[in-house]
Write a protein that binds this ligand. Structure first.
Ligand code: B1M
Length: 175
């Protein structure tokens, strides 16, 4: 809490301001993972990934996952339990995961203008199933904007991984 996590906060900030680039962020996230592997045996289950649970995935029809993976790694390194469903995820699969795993946050990534409507479709299927108000929805990806997030009623939008961590913490009332 006093060493690694503040370190990752610095990485997130520097990525936001363009002082660090993707290879350095990936390297930092990998370092964090290795440190967590060393620390895990000494921590109780509740201390590990204790901030909250996030399900994340790239929406149906979209195979881009580099940014989503960075977001997932940074979230995990910041203390969240992250369940990464992968790419090309149908709205029904997101719904099933939400119903089964009951996360705090659902994270949806889209890199194509043609797959952005799948974000809205996923939010709508959550509404239809009556689970939308049980979770927060965060969205991101190159073509996604704050105004799109507002239009479809997402709880948060982030344009990079550092901001995604900040927004996730805000959604959990941590900052
Ligand atoms: Co594609 N591709 N691609 N591509 N590709 C783009 C996105 C494109 C902009 C290139 C271009 O034309 N200039 C364009 C989209 C145009 C559009 O829709 N307006 C495009 C296209 C058209 C396509 C294909 C259709 C090409 C074709 O086949 N004709 C095809 C589609 C395949 C499919 O998905 N069905 C395709 C395929 C591919 C590859 C498979 C070759 C490969 C993906 C490999 C992979 O991801 N494993 C690829 C790549 C690499 C790119 C570019 C070059 C790079 C994307 C990337 O990884 N960026 C991209 C052009 C570009 O962006 N310069 C392009 C780096 C990454 C760290 O950034 O993903 O934006 P980004 O993630 C950021 C933020 O967006 C944010 O945080 C991340 C970290 O800071 N973020 C979130 C992302 N998700 C978030 C979720 C959050 C919060 C924040 O909350 C949950």
């Amino acid at each position: 809490m006093k060493g690694l996590l503040p370190g990752m906060d610095v990485v997130g900030q520097r990525m936001k301001t363009g002082e660090m680039f993707i290879p350095e962020v990936l390297r930092s996230a990998n370092t964090m993972h290795r440190a967590m592997d060393i620390l895990k045996p000494f921590l109780s289950e509740s201390d590990v990934n204790g901030i909250g649970t996030i399900i994340i995935g790239t929406v149906e029809g979209d195979l881009h996952d580099i940014g989503k993976n960075i977001v997932a790694m940074l979230l995990e390194a910041s203390g969240f339990k992250v369940v990464d469903l992968g790419v090309d995820i149908k709205p029904e699969v997101f719904l099933e995961a939400v119903e089964t795993l009951k996360p705090n946050i659902l994270g949806l990534s889209s890199l194509l203008t043609t797959t952005m409507p799948k974000i809205e479709e996923t939010v709508n299927i959550l509404k239809d199933a009556g689970v939308r108000n049980q979770i927060k929805v965060m969205i991101g990806g190159a073509p996604v904007t704050q105004s799109f997030a507002d239009k479809i009623g997402a709880d948060a939008y982030a344009d990079d991984a550092g901001t995604a961590v900040e927004k996730a913490k805000t959604l959990m009332n941590i900052i």
